[in-house]
Ligand binder design. Structure first.
Ligand code: HEC
Ligand code: HEC
Length: 306
């Protein structure tokens, strides 16, 4: 008993010093609201021509995004930025690369109306769903109400909040020292010593602050700058926020290639090299890069690890 108390105490003390926090490891029972949200997330009737669902661009089994540089919406139109994962998205402090919305409920408005994504509107969508007797009954059961825009948004958001995807690293943080290998641990130490965890930190290993791409070395000096490249500036119109992005979560990053807001970086190795140069102002050996890659692999949802 005493031993247990002392070990728990140590886990708390040591855990508190780690820049990365564990996701909850115990699975929650799936509520009716989550089931309804899942049905909506996979429903193509949320798009103008009934061809595209949220899951088209955010397939869960692939890590919550489609592995495309840019996604394709209704009529095959290409989007402006790379799809982030929806896994663990409930832990992001704001949504979208430029953080233009706060809640997952508000976020749904984006893809639904975006002409390059689902290209529809609420009157069209609710009309389609209201014709479906099964939906009528489900909304009645969950919300004790008819099908409304707010309920649709809330159910989808609730489903997304249920997409909690812990990896082996979370077991390691909870004291299971064998959950990750020695070399993966070395990768984690490097991740901290290079200063990656000054931005990619907290429960989502990112997703809790904005930072400029190009802190030490400018990133955008030798290319044509697109609107999306301006990042947070598009939201605030303040020059201070030019090229600032929400620091992306690195959870499931081994699955969510290609990388960066524009999907221009194909491999983790290349992404890490760019980060070392532009974000922490250091050159990095290939050996260190490989170790960090190994560490990042431990952040993959165990259900997706083969
Ligand atoms: C055509 C592809 C496409 C469809 C359809 C789509 N998304 Fe997305 N999603 C994206 C892209 C691209 C972004 C990034 C946009 C940005 O940051 O400006 C994104 C961003 C998000 C984010 C923010 C994640 C983060 O880390 O910032 C969430 C959550 C999300 N989508 C959920 C949904 C939901 C829910 C639906 C269905 C209602 C949906 N998406 C439909 C492509 C798509
Ligand atoms: C000063 C803050 C900061 C530091 C330090 C930092 N990053 Fe990043 N990281 C970012 C931002 C911002 C982005 C998004 C850039 C973009 O999409 O244009 C990013 C993107 C990434 C991506 C791509 C993620 C994706 O889904 O597209 C990886 C991988 C990554 N960082 C790894 C690292 C590693 C490894 C280190 C340490 C060598 C590091 N970062 C240091 C802020 C930082």
């Amino acid at each position: 008993m005493y031993r247990f108390v002392i070990i728990s105490f140590l886990v708390v003390i040591l855990g508190a010093n780690e820049p990365i926090l564990s996701l909850p490891l115990t699975e929650q029972p799936i509520s009716d609201k989550v089931k309804l949200g899942k049905k909506l997330f996979f429903d193509t009737r949320l798009s103008k021509d009934n061809t595209i669902s949220c899951a088209t661009c955010h397939p869960i089994h692939m890590g919550g995004m489609d592995n495309l540089e840019k996604s394709f919406g209704v009529n095959g139109v290409e989007g402006d930025v790379n799809s982030p994962t929806v896994l663990n998205s409930g832990f992001n402090f704001v949504q979208f690369w430029d953080g233009r919305v706060r809640t997952l409920e508000e976020q749904v408005e984006g893809p639904l109306h975006n002409p390059k994504e689902m290209a529809t509107n609420w009157p069209e969508t609710t009309e389609k769903l209201r014709k479906d007797q099964q939906y009528k009954e489900l909304f009645q059961k969950v919300y004790n109400d008819e099908i409304t825009i707010d309920h649709i948004k809330n159910a989808i958001a609730e489903y997304e909040r249920s997409l909690i995807a812990p990896g082996r690293f979370d077991r390691f943080l909870n004291g299971d020292t064998k959950a990750i290998s020695k070399i993966e641990q070395e990768g984690y130490e490097l991740f901290k010593s290079y200063g990656c965890s000054s931005c990619h930190q907290g429960i989502n290993v990112g997703g809790n602050m904005y930072e400029k791409l190009g802190v030490f070395t400018p990133y955008f000096y030798d290319r044509n700058i697109t609107k999306a490249d301006k990042g947070r500036f598009n939201v605030t119109n303040d020059i201070v926020h030019l090229h600032e992005f929400k620091v992306p979560s690195l959870r499931n990053v081994a699955k969510t290639y290609p990388y960066f807001h524009d999907g221009s970086v194909k491999t983790l190795q290349e992404a890490i090299k760019i980060m070392a140069k532009h974000q922490v102002g250091q050159s990095i050996s290939d050996e260190d890069i490989e170790k960090i890659v190994k560490f990042l692999n431990t952040l993959t949802w165990e259900k997706l690890e083969k």
